[in-house]
Design a protein around this ligand. Structure first.
Ligand code: HDE
Length: 747
């Protein structure tokens, strides 16, 4: 029986056929993947269709596999060689003068190998260094040509390949995934009209209003320069010193202290383009637009104690989750939505849509779903793809334009500039993961690491010697929105930019009581790490302008009195917003249930092995990942005599690995000798508010561990069932697994 269970194990850490064809293709799972995408995946071995090699792949198919195929390198059945292709016979010994003599300078094989190794590292990203990525495709729901000529929205069902990278902001490349932080949400669309990078975050607002403050923000946030601490954390003096002096950051601070900053998974977080952009149609008419990504798996977050423990137990928690979900065919999906509005509409709102510290409540401008992104293929090589991918806010395509948001304007410059030092020169667009699937022809030449071999004598325009080519695309080319711009040259900002608290209040008011409590706890934690009292005082003075009760609750945790509110700008008008329920994480239940959620089924000698098999099978069928967990690895005998092999032990699979736990009937006898570990496991499951299901005699185990089984907190605090009603209890357990955590236990 246990072998059958193991065979159902979904996550495959080794791709099928490491070097074989199977490893190149997405697994289909049970999710809908358009035929075009599969057709291209299976044609990946045909002669490369890279634009570099001349042929243009047909429009509208997933072409990101085939162009990369020209650079894929598999070593199966190949001999070892130097970088010059010279066969290497001995990779164990350097060339020496005499058997015990010195190594010779002429050992070109040794020197090539060591020299290459010495230069293996490139600078990490100055922010968002820690990240994980995957390939996929975007499928448009409708023809949006009424609003934009942008290629991905040209027709209903249109497929555009994408590569998406998720990241933390503050931590270094090797830092832990579950730090409290904003998450990057960057998507590169390989469109028919060139690459479009939607480089967003998992929060819809930002800390600052003007790009000129970004280096200050990042310097304050990163480890302090004298001792390089703390790693991947904003809980230190310089950060809070800076933000307390920048009251415009208050709205974003509330998001950063909310559960949004500790997502359960990349698959369960929203994404936002943050800035206002423009969409432009064929006639040149423009609408303002905000971009939203909504996860089909719903929004779920960790709790802080769990996030902190995961930093030690599995620093790769989010990376592993994304990888395993894709390997098992539980493809992560997000729906892209647009908030479309006119400049005239925006003028009446009392805040400025060019101010990135403000959002547009969904209740004011509804989010229109326009398509869906599916990530269905893990990268072949982390460095070549995830590390070398270069996202640039400046990468836009015909039909999309910037707004004058002064934060966005600075980003247009920054990203290309940073790639030049990170990737070593101006030709980073030729790195395979960055090269567009549409044709590249221009007169830019040379530079470090140039790959293309430009033929002919013409590298200027206009020319007659090259027949005038490459020729200007005219009306098919990129056209900026013809905005009428005038005014004095000045360093200043519009009056509405000076209002910092109304939307912070809107966000706080729109949270559930549990979410509000988490925000208070997070502020308390972070400010407890701050050593300079005056910094704490300034933060509290700013928060008093948001909500005096919020400031008081935080002050209480710090043993401080609430200071008077900090001064606010005397404005002609301060907007008042109705509550926006859409800002609460609980507003977004997922449609894909328990996909890739992890469940521990505790086993020991004498457990009801039929119930174990039933739970395992049912969870698998729902797309979840069950694991048989025990005090130690090895074989156990179930009540019905079947062998059960533990897949992971408490040491290797602590409670924080799992989204829920099942204690089958008959569990008790085998774990008595190790109550401490079991208690720790169950205590964390409990305090992290995860569903617990105990059947039959296992209910007594909970009592032994001093958990009340009286369900006095809430009717669904724990799922308890008679042994013969196991299946019914299982259904309740699975529905709890898909729901928000049972936060009531925290009280
Ligand atoms: Fe970035 N940001 N940023 N940023 N950002 C970078 O580019 C920058 C901002 C975001 O997965 C850098 O390639 C400035 C907002 C993401 O590779 C750099 C300003 C938003 C990523 C840079 C901002 C973002 C970056 C560092 C203020 C959400 C990771 C390495 C004007 C809308 C992309 C790199 C990836 C990365 C600059 C503010 C999102 C230095 C100057 C607002 C998701 O160019």
């Amino acid at each position: 029986a246990s072998q059958t269970l193991a065979a159902q194990r979904p996550a495959n850490s080794n791709k099928p056929g490491e070097y074989g064809e199977a490893g190149r293709h997405p697994q289909t799972g049970e999710m809908h993947i358009p035929d075009e995408v599969l057709a291209t995946a299976s044609s990946a071995t045909e002669p490369a269709t890279s634009t570099k090699l001349g042929a243009t792949p047909a429009n509208g198919i997933n072409r990101n596999n085939a162009p990369l195929d020209r650079v894929r390198s598999d070593s199966a059945e190949q001999r070892l060689s130097s970088n010059q292709g010279v066969p290497i016979g001995d990779n164990q010994n350097s060339l020496k003068a005499g058997i015990r003599g010195p190594t010779l300078l002429e050992d070109f094989l040794l020197r090539e190998k060591i020299t290459h190794f010495d230069h293996e590292r490139i600078p990490e990203r100055v922010v968002h260094a820690r990240g994980s990525a995957a390939h996929g495709f975007f499928e448009a729901y409708d023809d949006l040509s009424e609003f934009t000529i942008a290629a991905p929205f040209r027709s209903a069902g249109k497929i555009t390949p994408v590569f998406a990278r998720f990241s933390t902001v503050a931590g270094e490349r090797g830092s832990a995934d579950t730090a409290r932080d904003v998450r990057g949400f960057a998507v590169k669309f390989y469109t028919d009209d060139g690459n479009w990078d939607l480089v967003g975050n998992n929060m819809p607002v930002f800390f600052i209003q003007d790009a000129i403050k970004f280096p200050d923000l990042v310097h304050a946030l990163k480890p302090e320069p004298h001792h390089a601490m703390p790693q991947a954390s904003s809980a230190h003096d310089t950060y809070w010193d800076f933000v307390s002096l920048m009251p415009e950051s208050t709205h974003m601070l509330l998001w950063q202290m909310s559960d949004r900053a500790i997502p359960r998974s990349y698959r369960t977080m929203q994404g936002f383009g943050v800035h206002t952009f423009r969409l432009i149609n064929r006639a040149g008419d423009a609408m303002f637009c905000k971009f939203h990504w909504n996860p089909m798996a719903g929004t779920h977050s960790l709790v802080w104690d769990e996030a902190a423990k995961l930093m030690g137990a599995d620093p790769d928690f989010h990376r592993r989750d994304l990888w395993e979900a894709i390997e098992q065919g539980a493809y992560p999906q997000w729906e892209l939505g647009l908030q479309l509005f006119t400049e005239a509409q925006a003028e009446s709102w009392g805040f400025d849509v060019l101010d990135a510290t403000k959002l547009i409540p969904e209740e004011m401008v509804p989010v229109r779903p326009v398509g869906r992104m599916t990530l269905h293929r893990n990268p072949d090589n982390f460095f070549a793809e995830t590390e070398q991918v270069a996202f640039c806010a400046a990468h836009i395509i015909p039909g999309i334009d910037f707004s004058n948001d002064p934060l966005l304007q600075g980003r247009i410059h920054s990203y290309i500039d940073t790639q030049i030092s990170r990737l070593g020169g101006p030709n980073f667009h030729e790195i395979p993961i960055n090269s567009p699937v549409s044709q590249v022809h221009n007169n830019q030449r040379d530079g470090m690491h140039r790959q293309a071999i430009h033929r002919g004598r013409v590298s200027y325009e206009p020319n007659s010697l090259g027949g005038g080519c490459p020729y200007q695309a005219g009306h098919q080319g990129y056209a900026s929105f013809a905005e009428n711009v005038s005014g004095d040259k000045l360093r200043s900002k519009p009056e509405q930019f000076a209002e910092h608290y109304a939307q912070a209040r809107l966000f706080y008011d729109s949270q559930t009581a549990d979410e509000q409590r988490h925000i208070i706890d997070a502020f308390r934690f972070e400010l407890s790490k701050v050593q300079i009292p005056a910094v704490r005082t300034r933060v509290l003075a700013n928060l008093s302008n948001v909500d005096p009760a919020l400031a008081a609750a935080i002050a209480d945790g710090l043993g401080m009195a609430v200071p008077p509110p900090s001064p606010v700008a005397g404005l002609t008008e301060t907007p008042v917003y109705p509550a926006s329920p859409a800002l609460s994480l609980t507003a977004r239940p997922g449609s894909s249930g328990v996909l890739a959620r992890k469940v521990a089924i505790l086993i020991g000698n004498g457990v009801d092995s039929e119930a174990v098999a039933l739970a395992y099978g049912r969870l698998r069928a729902e797309g979840a990942n069950p694991r048989l967990v025990a005090v130690r690895l090895g074989r156990y005998l179930g009540a019905q005599g079947q062998p059960l092999d533990a897949e992971i032990s408490f040491e290797a699979g602590p409670a924080v690995y799992f989204d829920g736990v099942i204690l089958p009937d008959g569990l008790q006898p085998d774990i008595r000798d190790n109550l401490g570990k079991l208690f720790e496991f169950m205590q964390d499951q409990y305090r992290h508010c995860k569903p617990i299901y105990a059947a039959g005699s296992a209910r007594a185990v909970l009592q032994t561990l001093s958990f009340s089984t009286a369900n006095q907190l809430a009717p669904r605090d724990m799922v308890l069932a008679e042994a013969d009603a196991f299946e019914e209890g299982l259904s309740t357990f699975i529905s709890l697994l898909a729901s928000p955590r049972i936060y009531i236990r925290e009280q």
